[in-house]
Design a protein around this ligand. Structure first.
Ligand code: SF4
Length: 324
């Protein structure tokens, strides 16, 4: 059975951008493949943070993931720092990865350019990503387009380790591009992101969602209600594609191009579609919020399962490398 690994930062409650861009896809894939889904808190500490805040955000992310539909009876859901083998394998990979390859990574160049003092963890971030994936010998990694370069580095690391120590040991993980295109923020200017304050939270109450949706950016050429619009450049239309049934999506495009309705009418229909999907998720989250211990126990059981696979991999790695 193919095996997938994917990780998500402990950023607290999911927003609909990372739900549509990643987690919704995981919920479907968990039934097709043996799945490892990880809250990557070791990655998160490469940015400034408060320990109590990280702890809270990790639990909140767990609630969001389980409420969104990850099933711990089917998939292995856990927190990265609870499986020490992630950093152990990273050290092994650090030893065979040229610094030049890490310095060429686009995300490193972008992030480090904004910092006065660059932590080594930021440079080595993709090596830890390679360890995350290869520790479970995952052959498939669901990614957005912005992660393809990091995955190529993981493949290169797998090839290099295999050539040096044990041919064919690590698979070269293949990207599986997430079907939903990048979700833009409500301002329509940039990717949906908490730091840009342009998100809708997955668990937000309906009234708050409508308050955000109502003034959200649309096709800027639709100044008056009678101006025809172009749905292809409108973020609301792309949200329809994610939440509304195909017949509604078709109707939206026709109504928009013919100025058959106004943008507020269009957003009301979107709001109804979103409620169909989000109301049950909110209900599950409310149950989990009342029992945070259950989330912690789910994470612990997931870490136990992950650790048993990770230990097997590390035993073979150490043996091949003459480390014991
Ligand atoms: S009618 Fe809908 S799709 Fe068209 S511009 Fe307005 S919000 Fe966007």
């Amino acid at each position: 059975m193919p095996r997938i690994f994917s990780g998500i930062q402990p950023s607290g409650e999911l927003h609909i951008g990372n739900y549509l861009g990643a987690v919704k896809n995981w919920v479907a894939l968990q039934h097709e493949m043996e799945s490892f889904f990880c809250v990557v808190d070791y990655h998160a500490i490469t940015q400034p943070y408060e320990p109590a805040d990280l702890r809270r955000r990790t639990v909140e992310m767990g609630i969001s993931l389980l409420a969104a539909g990850l099933d711990p009876n089917v998939a292995t859901v856990f927190v990265q720092s609870r499986v020490a083998e992630h950093t152990e394998l990273q050290w092994v990979f650090n030893a065979i990865t040229p610094i030049g390859e890490l310095e060429r990574q686009t995300q490193y160049k972008d992030k480090s350019a904004r910092l006065e003092s660059v932590p080594a963890g930021l440079l080595n971030y993709p090596v830890l990503q390679a360890a995350d994936i290869l520790l479970y010998k995952a052959d498939t990694v669901p990614v957005g387009e912005d992660q393809v370069q990091h995955l190529e580095l993981s493949r290169e690391i797998a090839r290099r380790w295999n050539a040096r120590f044990k041919e064919g040991f690590f698979p070269e993980p293949q990207p599986r591009l997430t079907p939903t295109r990048r979700i833009m923020g409500l301002d329509g200017n940039a990717k949906m992101s908490k730091s840009l304050n342009n998100t809708i939270g997955l668990l937000e109450p309906p009234a708050d969602i409508w308050d955000k949706l109502r003034p959200a950016a649309t096709d800027p050429a639709r100044v008056r209600r009678t101006d025809p619009g172009n749905p292809d450049i409108c973020n609301i239309y792309h949200l329809h594609k994610a939440f509304s049934p195909p017949t509604t999506v078709e109707h939206v495009a026709v109504q928009c191009r013919s100025a058959g309705w106004g943008c507020v009418d269009c957003k009301k229909v979107l709001f109804d579609s979103m409620e169909q999907e989000l109301a049950p998720i909110r209900a599950r989250a409310t149950e989990l919020q009342a029992r945070p211990q259950m989330v912690k126990e789910t994470f612990e059981a997931g870490a136990d399962k992950a650790r048993s696979v990770a230990r097997e991999t590390m035993t073979a790695v150490r043996t091949a490398m003459g480390l014991e």
